[in-house]
Design a protein around this ligand. Structure first.
Ligand code: AMP
Length: 214
């Protein structure tokens, strides 16, 4: 099961990728998580990526593609994976095509989670993320039991630096300019599956299961 999750920031890609990963026992590969982990550890990659992330811009393709290649070549990806937040540009999609062709692995589906712009902005500015385990909450629709504390692991909840309203709007512009063209790219390849991302997460997951298990 080789899957890509496509959709604007705040579409619920991270939440759905976690569910898919648990249900089908395939690794969840999030380039955003990889950058945030590197930043936490203070690596050169993390510090370089931060300049772009803080402005809501995409990190240059050259920094992203090698990371994904290394990750996909690990043995746990042989039977499947879910890519979350990659590819985000046509150059990344072309590179991915070459990487997978060299490994002899075809993609199964590109799941395109559709959510209108105003909904996304509302979701992201109220999003809180666990610093320890990465679990995601929404202050209004999915609050933690205790304010500021993760239900799953007791870790500290924080607002991602790039979830401020100003940065969210910049991320949306980047998405519309650079990532949206991938919708036609994968539609032309016959891989695109549209999913309504405006409904609650369980319903989105059911729609995804129906596609995957068809
Ligand atoms: P995400 O967690 O997927 O929302 O990613 C957070 C930020 O990391 C993005 O706004 C970008 O700055 C950077 N990033 C993550 N994945 C990519 C990618 N595939 N290409 C370029 N930048 C990325």
């Amino acid at each position: 099961m080789k899957l890509i999750l496509l959709g604007p920031p705040g579409a619920g890609k991270g939440t759905q990728a976690e569910r898919i990963s648990a249900r089908y026992s395939i690794p969840h590969i999030s380039t955003g998580d990889i950058f945030r982990e590197n930043l936490k550890e203070g690596t050169e990659l993390g510090l370089k990526a931060r300049e772009y992330m803080d402005r809501g811009e995409l990190v240059p393709d050259g920094l992203v593609i090698d990371i994904v290649r290394d990750r996909l070549e690990k043995p746990d990806c042989r039977d499947g994976f879910i890519l979350d937040g990659f590819p985000r540009t046509v150059a990344q999609a072309d590179a991915l095509k070459d990487i997978l062709a060299a490994m002899g692995i075809p993609l199964d589906h590109v799941l395109n989670i559709k959510v209108p712009r105003d909904v996304v902005v509302k979701r992201l500015t109220a999003r809180r993320t666990c610093r320890s385990c990465g679990s995601i909450y929404h202050l209004i629709y999915d609050p933690p039991e205790e304010e500021g504390v993760c239900d799953d692991c007791g870790g500290e909840l924080y607002r991602r630096d790039d979830d401020s309203e100003e940065t969210v709007l910049a991320r949306m512009d980047e998405y519309e300019e650079k990532t949206q063209p991938l919708i036609d790219y994968y539609r032309d390849e016959g891989l695109l599956r549209d999913i309504n991302g405006s409904v609650e997460p369980g319903e989105v997951f059911e729609a995804i299961r129906t596609i995957i298990e068809a």
